[in-house]
Design a protein around this ligand. Structure first.
Ligand code: RB5
Length: 148
């Protein structure tokens, strides 16, 4: 199976994007990089919108968005209907956001000092499964909020 991930970042997260993209490639994922690869200033809402539009074309398992904190780019992504972008703070949260929220995007901050390696957080997300059941009911309710 061809497992595909779209990844994008602003100028505040070039290094962490590279770490995550390389890790995905090592794990056999096909990675579409829609982010920037130098420090020239760009606007993270544009980056989020581009990556979400690509994801919604279909064929992607999930997406990753990175900015300086991960905050602006995750807020932007969550404005796009159909996107559930989580900003995990550690391995536990990365696992939980797959199991409970069925997040389809992860966000990371290139200027954040994480207590655990971002690659471990990414692995925890990839290697977990959505639990469904009562969590599915909650996710359905969550996704209806934007269309009210
Ligand atoms: C860019 O300087 C910075 O504001 C951005 O990367 C991000 O941290 C916003 O939330």
């Amino acid at each position: 199976m061809n497992r595909k991930v779209v990844i994008a970042n602003d100028h505040g997260a070039v290094a962490v994007k590279r770490i995550l993209a390389d890790h995905l490639a090592d794990r056999g994922f096909t990675v579409t990089n829609l982010g920037v690869d130098d420090e020239a200033s760009v606007d993270y809402p544009d980056i989020a919108q581009r990556a979400c539009a690509e994801f919604l074309q279909g064929g992607y398992e999930f997406g990753i968005l990175c900015c300086g904190t991960g905050i602006g780019i995750s807020i932007s992504a969550n404005k796009v209907p159909g996107i559930r972008c989580a900003l995990p703070q550690n391995v536990f949260a990365a696992q939980m956001t797959k199991e409970h929220n069925n997040a389809n995007f992860l966000a990371f901050g290139g200027r954040i000092e994480y207590q655990e390696p971002v690659t471990d957080m990414l692995d925890a997300f990839i290697d977990s499964e959505f639990l469904g059941g009562r969590h599915g009911v909650r996710v359905d309710k969550m996704m209806k909020i934007s269309s009210c």
